[in-house]
Design a protein around this ligand. Sequence first.
Ligand SMILES: Cc1cc2nc3c(=O)[nH]c(=O)nc-3n(C[C@H](O)[C@H](O)[C@H](O)COP(=O)(O)OP(=O)(O)OC[C@H]3O[C@@H](n4cnc5c(N)ncnc54)[C@H](O)[C@@H]3O)c2cc1C
Length: 387
Amino acid sequence: MNFDLTPEQEQLRDAVRALGRRYGHRYFVEKAKAGEHTTELWHEAGRLGYLGVSIPTEYGGGGGGITELALVCEELAAAGCPLLLLVVSPAIAATVITRHGTDEQRKRYLPGLADGSQKIVFAITEPEAGSNFHRLGTVARRDGDDWLLSGRKCYISGVDEAGHVLVVARTEDAASGKLKPALFVVPTDAPGLTWSKLDMEILSPENQFLLYLDDVRLPADALVGQSLDAGLPALFSGLNPERITVAAMGAGTGRYAIERASEYTASRKVWGGRSIGSHQGVSHPLAHAAVQVELARLMIYKAASLYDAGRDLEAGVAGNMAKYATGEAAALAVDTAVQVHGGAGMTTEYGVATLLGAVRAGRIAPVSREMILNFVAQHVLGQDKSY
Ligand SMILES: Cc1cc2nc3c(=O)[nH]c(=O)nc-3n(C[C@H](O)[C@H](O)[C@H](O)COP(=O)(O)OP(=O)(O)OC[C@H]3O[C@@H](n4cnc5c(N)ncnc54)[C@H](O)[C@@H]3O)c2cc1C
């Protein structure tokens, strides 16, 4: 058993950390408050090869795995820049296309995803279906060689900054009964595709949208893979990278909050010469949060190494557990960091309350803590399904 990163992974981690620190949380907050995107950081990360670490080298990527991408997500978040679109574009979209796209689709999309010049976002959630994906109502109909897509999606992150959106639909002949999903790469400027911004209580430079598809006409080759049979495995192939990278982002955010809080409590003195951190009522909650984040990190990198070893089923269990653990640990870490800052914790200047919305959302999306507990109860503990 070995818990060490390879020298190349350490190098990557240190380089991403340096990049993240150069931008920092203040940059992230300023962009979010101005209603702008972190475009400079995204492009620089792309140019340096960090967005494409897990994309095969023949398509311009680094040829690494999800472990490398998790390191990128964690280190940027640990510098105060938790970029949700890392989870959507390089983790989900690039994995789905690499593993299930046609040669032509790989050549068309992967180089742009690798260098950051292109983003592909991901649309599965629907207002009526919610966590129950079997109820997806977005339908794909054949019209000659073309496809026509109609339906509604919600909470779709980053549509406004992406060239394409990977839409999960069901085919007309499978409109009722068990879901047989079909995935389509839809250009965001396709006629019939519109969106409206959702007002969210999350301070983030990345936004969520309602998406409307009204007979969006697509050529045959917009379907991911050679045939409709690719749909289900393609959808599942995106889930493990999604859970692992979102967990890594949460762990980085937790580390960031604990670091800010530790600096503050070590220097703040309100009772004579002692720091407030010398009081165990302050230091123990912080230490407890640090333990929770570190435990979650162990599960993240276990899940990532299982995934990179091709052990998808075991990675599914570990990835779900990592996502659950990190969602809880990151929310605890940020809340504790705010508390030990006192009033300063609620200011923008100290840069911790700015993350409250994001970590709260991390217990809901991309899969809620309850749905993970359902998964563990059924698949690990052998319990019957209640729904
Ligand atoms: C910030 C953010 C970004 C997002 N980005 C994207 C994106 O880019 N693309 C995308 O497709 N989606 C995105 N989502 C959507 C996200 O994946 C969903 O919100 C999430 O899957 C939960 O679905 P829901 O909101 O419909 O909740 P619901 O399914 O309505 O659930 C509501 C509550 O009931 C609980 N619940 C439901 N069913 C059960 C059950 N059987 N047992 C126990 N509890 C249950 C849930 O856990 C939850 O607490 C995003 C969401 C957020 C908040």
